[in-house]
Design a protein around this ligand. Structure first.
Ligand code: ADP
Length: 479
């Protein structure tokens, strides 16, 4: 049952809730009206009986003899809605005066015990006299004469059958009103729910229209209801991100095909030329040696692509350890010392920090950045590799005073296979994957990679890694 309710449409749920709440409201109003009408009628009837007793008591007190002269009207002569019987009798049971037909009436309906002569009667008792008739009865003792030594019994019976008829018809009308109200509120509920949910349908249809080739479509600036505007905004942002990723992915596929085509073409060309006629063993050896270079380039490219693919997979788990970041960057600097010397570039290491990272990856990131800095800095230039610990984060910075990166390329340099000027790239990987790997390494450690650059003045790359907790034993991982 719960399961079915969970699968109900929102429109159905809203209709049900709307109908139920309207019905409940109507039912409460009806109960209140019924109760208030019933108690009003009862109050009026009691007031009528009390008044009759009071008048008779006054009469008996002021002129006891006058009572016997009263000639009560017969019920048939009274107005239909005010028919009542009255009887005044002595304590001995002898009747002083009564409405004609009262004796027959008394035989059918027993009167309640009378109120005392000093009590003020307020509430009578309703009895069913059969044949669709009902009466409200009241009896009370009255003192006779100014001395009040003698007492008479007053009995009054008011015909309240019409009240019952009125209440019955009122009840019937209320039931009709409730059923009508329930139907009306359900119909209104369906109408309101459908109208209210129409924008949701429209937004759903708009999302259906989006496909891989239609990623540029947006839900805004159409005016949606306030509640849906947030959803439309979120959806548009998601589309923006998807479109961006999609473009990058297409670009990556095109770049990859291009990157693979060049070495394969070279290999094919060399093999074709070598096979065009019979060659000496030396010539074959030269061809194989030159092919080997291309194979190595391809193998490096594939290794790098594999690394990036693994880094993307959420299952990759790192062998973290705490080590001295300064010592790690010094090791990388020593590795590049010969190359830097050859190119006449000074490399300096600065700062101190204890980092919590995968040592090989940390050094690989430093190595990629340093290698780039050496590739894009002219003779006589300077490269500074520094580490710094700040608020639980280790910041690795590699800055150079080389050629810099034009601002239009800066946002894309961390993209895979992206190169500012492919012809000028001399890095060992050389395929535009170096910075993509750097960014992946930082991301794998929960950090970030950023770059600042000014063409002609130099570049500064900044990576963040988690810092080692202070109680961790710092060790230098082997290179
Ligand atoms: P590659 O491995 O081909 O060098 P990278 O991803 O490492 O590719 O770098 C991408 C591009 O960013 C390079 O082609 C280069 O133009 C630019 N770049 C990277 N580092 C520097 C730097 N220190 N100075 C100037 N340009 C740089």
């Amino acid at each position: 049952m719960k399961h079915i309710a969970r699968r109900w449409s929102i429109a159905r749920r809203l209709t049900l809730l709307y109908g139920a709440s309207s019905f409940l409201m109507l039912a409460l109003a009806a109960i209140y009206l019924y109760w208030s009408l019933a108690s009003n009628l009862e109050r009026e009837d009691n007031a009528f009986l009390t008044d009759k007793v009071r008048v008779l008591r006054n009469l008996l007190r002021d002129s006891p003899g006058g009572v016997s002269l009263l000639a009560p009207q017969s019920v048939a002569e009274m107005p239909r809605l005010l028919q009542y019987f009255v009887r005044v009798s002595k304590a001995t049971g002898q009747t002083v005066v009564e409405t004609p037909g009262m004796s027959d009436f008394m035989a059918q309906v027993p009167f309640p015990s009378p109120f005392g002569a000093d009590e003020t009667p307020e509430i009578g008792i309703e009895v069913d006299a059969g044949a669709g008739k009902s009466f409200r009865l009241m009896s009370a003792w009255a003192k006779v004469g100014p001395s009040g030594s003698e007492q008479y019994l007053i009995q009054v019976a008011l015909d309240v059958s019409d009240d019952d008829v009125l209440m019955r018809s009122f009840r019937r009308n209320l039931v009709f009103l409730l059923i009508g109200g329930l139907v009306f509120s359900c119909v209104m509920g369906i109408f309101i729910a459908r109208k209210g949910l129409r924008p949701l349908e429209e937004i759903a249809q708009a999302t259906y229209r989006v496909s891989a080739s239609q990623l540029h479509g947006r839900l805004l600036p159409k005016h949606w209801p306030k509640e849906l505007e947030l959803l439309a905004k979120g959806f548009d942002r998601m589309l923006e991100r998807l479109e961006d990723s999609f473009t990058r992915l297409s670009q990556f596929s095109a770049d990859l095909a291009h990157e693979l085509r060049t070495p394969i073409n070279n290999l094919r060309g060399q093999a074709g030329v070598a096979l065009s006629r019979v060659r000496s063993p030396d010539e074959y050896q030269r061809v194989l040696e030159s092919s080997l270079e291309e194979y190595e380039r391809l193998a490096r490219l594939i290794d790098n692509l594999l690394f990036l693919a693994r880094a993307d997979a959420p299952t990759s788990n790192l062998q973290h350890s705490s080590f001295d970041a300064r010592q790690a960057i010094e090791t990388v600097r020593e590795f590049y010392e010969a190359l830097a010397g050859e190119r006449g570039i000074t490399v300096v290491c600065e700062g101190n920090a204890k980092v919590e990272a995968e040592p090989t990856l940390f050094r690989q990131a430093t190595s990629n950045l340093l290698s780039n800095a050496l590739n894009f800095t002219a003779r006589g230039g300077k490269v500074v590799v520094s580490v710094r610990q700040n608020n639980g984060v280790v910041e690795l910075t590699v800055s150079d005073n080389g050629c810099g990166i034009p601002p239009e390329h800066l946002p894309r340099i961390f993209d895979r296979l992206y190169r500012v000027d492919p012809a000028r790239s001399q890095s060992p990987s050389g395929a535009g994957l170096g910075l993509a790997i750097v960014k992946s390494i930082a991301a794998l450690h929960g950090g970030a990679a950023t770059a600042q650059s000014e063409p002609g003045k130099g570049s500064c790359f900044r990576l963040t890694f988690p810092a080692a907790s202070s109680d961790a034993q710092a060790t230098l991982a082997p290179m």
